[in-house]
Design a protein around this ligand. Structure first.
Ligand SMILES: Cc1cc2nc3c(=O)[nH]c(=O)nc-3n(C[C@H](O)[C@H](O)[C@H](O)COP(=O)(O)OP(=O)(O)OC[C@H]3O[C@@H](n4cnc5c(N)ncnc54)[C@H](O)[C@@H]3O)c2cc1C
Length: 322
C-alpha cells in the first residue's frame, strides 16, 4: 500500500493549491483526480476564458492559472494520480485509507477533499462507437498539437465556441456542428466565431465516424436528410459534463444535498478528513476560486495538526522561506 501524509481528492484550483500548501509544510502529498488533466472545472469548461477575480491577477486565462498552480506546487513533488477516482474510505490504526479505482489502496495521515461538483465526466459523443477512439477528444490540453489538422467540433455551448476561437488560427480547417439552430454560447463569442473562417453547420448531427485506428472522416447529417462526409483528423466533443458526488456520498460524510458540511477548520465530521473549495458548505458559503484558495490553506494547516498534534497551526510566512 502506498503511503503519503496528505491525500488531496480533486485537482481543481483548490486541490492544486492544497498540494502547494502541504508541500510548503513539509508533508508528502498525492493529488487524485478522475479526470485525465489537472484544473477541474477550469480545464474542463473554460480553459480559454479570462478570469478577472483571482487576487493578484487583473486577468488570467484559465489555462494559465492552472499551469501556474501546477508550477507553484511542483517544487514539492506532489504525486498526481490522474484518471483515477477515489472510491472508498476506510481506516487502519486510525489513519485514513483510500480505495482508488482499479483497486489500489492509498494510506495517508489526512484527506483533503476538494472534489468541486463531484465526479464529472464528459457526455460521450453518441456515434463515438462507430470508430476507434484515437482522434476523438473531450479536452484539448495542448492546442498546438492540432496545428494543420482538420478539426470537427461538436456542440453549441461556450466550450465548443471557445475551442473554435482557439483552434481556428492553428488548424487547417475548423467545422462546428450543432444539433439545434440556437447556441447556448455567449452571443459575443458566437459573433466572433461567425466572423472567422469557421464553417458552422446547424440542425445537424455527426452520424458516423470513419477511420482505421484513428479518425479520418465524419458523416454529418442535417435534419431533413442531407448527408455529407468531411475529412476530419480530430473530433472535439464539447457536449458538456455530467456531475454527481459519486462514491463520496457513501462515505458517511455529513452532507447538505451535494455538498460536504465543514466547520471553521474545514474539518468534516470524519476523523482526519477535511474539505475545501466548491464541495464545502457552511453558512455564508460563496463558491469562487478565491474562496477555495483560502479554504485549502485552512484545511491543509489543520490537517497538519491532525497528523502531528505538536505541529503549529500557523505555517509561517512563505516569504521567510526564501
Ligand atoms: C463556465 C464557468 C466559469 C467560471 N468562472 C469563474 C470565475 O470567473 N471566477 C471564479 O472564481 N470562479 C469561476 N467559476 C467557478 C470555479 O471554476 C469553481 O469555483 C472552481 O473550479 C472550484 O474549484 P474546486 O477546486 O473546488 O473544484 P473543481 O474545479 O470542480 O475541481 C474538482 C475536481 O475534483 C474531481 N473529483 C471529484 N470527485 C472525485 C473523486 N471521487 N475522485 C477523484 N476526483 C474527483 C473532479 O474530477 C474535479 O476535477 C466558473 C465556473 C464555470 C463552470
Amino acid at each position: 500500500m502506498r503511503e503519503v501524509d496528505v491525500a488531496v481528492i480533486g485537482a481543481g484550483p483548490a486541490g492544486l493549491f492544497a498540494a502547494y500548501y502541504a508541500g510548503f509544510r513539509g508533508l508528502s502529498v498525492a493529488v487524485i483526480d478522475a479526470l485525465p488533466e489537472p484544473g477541474g472545472q477550469v480545464t474542463a469548461m473554460y480553459p480559454e476564458k479570462l478570469i478577472l477575480d483571482v487576487a493578484g491577477f487583473p486577468a488570467v486565462k484559465g489555462r494559465d492559472l492552472v499551469a501556474n498552480l501546477v508550477a507553484q506546487a511542483a517544487p514539492f513533488g506532489p504525486r498526481y494520480l490522474l484518471g483515477t477516482r477515489a472510491e472508498k474510505l476506510s481506516y487502519a490504526d486510525e489513519r485514513p485509507v483510500l480505495g482508488l479505482a482499479g483497486g489500489e489502496q492509498l494510506g495517508c495521515g489526512a484527506v483533503v477533499i476538494t472534489g468541486g461538483l463531484g465526479s464529472f465526466s464528459p457526455r460521450p459523443l453518441p456515434c463515438a462507437d462507430s470508430a476507434p477512439g484515437a482522434g476523438i477528444v473531450y479536452f484539448v490540453p495542448e492546442p498546438t498539437e492540432l496545428a494543420d489538422r482538420d478539426v470537427l467540433i461538436v456542440g453549441g455551448g461556450d466550450s465548443a465556441f471557445d475551442w473554435a476561437l482557439t483552434l481556428q488560427p492553428l488548424a487547417r480547417s475548423v467545422t462546428l456542428v450543432h444539433r439545434r439552430e440556437k447556441f447556448r454560447a455567449h452571443a459575443s463569442t458566437v459573433a466572433r466565431v461567425l466572423s472567422l473562417p469557421v464553417r458552422v453547420v446547424v440542425n445537424a448531427e455527426v452520424t458516423r465516424l470513419f477511420g482505421d485506428g484513428t479518425v479520418t472522416g465524419a458523416e454529418v447529417t442535417v435534419r431533413g436528410g442531407a448527408t455529407e462526409t468531411l475529412p476530419v483528423d480530430t473530433v472535439v466533443a464539447a457536449l458538456g459534463f455530467t456531475a454527481d458526488l459519486g462514491p463520496l456520498a457513501e462515505w458517511g460524510l455529513r452532507l447538505d444535498r451535494r455538498h460536504i458540511l465543514v466547520d471553521s477548520a474545514m474539518a468534516t465530521n470524519l476523523s482526519r478528513v477535511f474539505a475545501a473549495g466548491d464541495i464545502t458548505e457552511y453558512p455564508g458559503k460563496v463558491r469562487l476560486i478565491a474562496t477555495g484558495f483560502g479554504e485549502a490553506a485552512t484545511a491543509v494547516n489543520n490537517a497538519a495538526v491532525a497528523i502531528d498534534p505538536s505541529a503549529h497551526l500557523f505555517p509561517g510566512h512563505s516569504s521567510d522561506a526564501g
